[in-house]
Ligand binder design. Structure first.
Ligand code: NAD
Length: 262
């Protein structure tokens, strides 16, 4: 049995994680951290997530997480440094899904990985991680002669753009196309599309959970690789799988590919 604490427990992902944990016989919810600004503090996390009582209250006190084996953090960039410090101090395995992290945050993650097992992934769905592999394969064949563009779409409340997954796809494409020439949006630009450039476009609206398409456009043909998430459950299931994978492991920075066997 793995006891999991959630950081950002009242958020969209936090609530989905509580639901997924409540259905998994190998896990239990042991802590639910929220911002001190959260109006729901003190309420039962299970009730907030719509899964009945779990006997764990939403708390802003990190000490309430100390009895858990693994922390899963889907909160905010602003909270990251505090959360990675708590995980390191309590010597707990740390799974992070927060996107929009910057170089200094990844350095902090590397530091933490000297004392605890850590895993950050911009996307925890099996499908997206397989898509990254498919894009890598396609790019190796198509990088000479095919223009490539990434289009991602997410709900109107998403705070970062482009998405963490689009950034990961971009890294794979930059390596295959051997270029640093990236354009974010094309409005207001005149003139022909430079060859070898990679275009990245973000759409924001409504309740879109997360769509990603990579288009390889050649002369007379086009290949499109698309992933569409229809529910946050896919991310939550992947994060819980990662938590079970990390529990009891030695200190190291692990990857989602190791967890999913890709
Ligand atoms: P959300 O805004 O609905 O939820 C975030 C929650 O974190 C909120 O309840 C907020 O009060 C809480 N929070 C903020 N600061 C906190 C603090 N200091 N301590 C504790 N809690 C704090 O956002 P969301 O849609 O659930 O997404 C959260 C993050 O996860 C975003 O960065 C998003 O891009 C990312 N995300 C990643 C994946 C993935 O697979 N890696 C999937 C979906 C979302």
């Amino acid at each position: 049995m793995v006891t999991i604490a959630i950081m950002g427990a009242a958020g969209r992902m936090g609530r989905t994680l509580i639901q997924v944990i409540s259905q998994d016989p190998q896990c239990r919810l042991g802590g639910a951290l929220e911002s001190s600004q959260c109006a729901l503090l003190g309420q039962d996390a299970g009730v907030v997530a719509g899964v009945g009582t779990q006997g764990v209250s939403l708390s802003s006190d990190p000490d309430d997480l100390s009895a858990c084996d693994v922390f899963i953090d889907f909160s905010s960039v602003e909270a990251f440094e505090h959360h990675v410090e708590i995980a390191s101090r309590f010597k707990k395995a740390y799974v992070v899904g927060t996107t929009g992290l910057r170089e200094e945050h990844f350095k902090a993650l590397d530091e933490a990985s000297k004392v605890i097992p850590v895993l950050w992934a911009p996307n925890f769905s099996v499908g997206v991680n397989l898509m990254v592999k498919l894009v890598q394969m396609a790019a190796e064949v198509l990088s000479s002669g095919f223009d490539v563009e990434i289009v991602e779409a997410h709900h109107r409340l998403k705070k970062d753009a482009p998405s963490g997954t689009a950034v990961k796809l971009l890294e794979v494409l930059k390596e295959a196309y051997k270029t640093e020439d990236v354009i974010y949006g094309r409005s207001g630009i005149t003139g022909e599309r430079p060859q070898g450039q990679i275009g990245v476009h973000a759409v924001r609206g409504g309740d879109i959970v997360g769509d990603h398409t990579v288009s390889f456009c050649g002369i007379g043909e086009r290949i499109e690789i698309t992933h569409r998430a229809s529910s946050r459950e896919t991310f939550a299931r992947g994060a819980v799988r990662a938590a079970k994978f990390l529990a009891g492991k030695p200190a190291k920075r692990y990857t989602i590919e190791e967890v999913l066997g890709l």
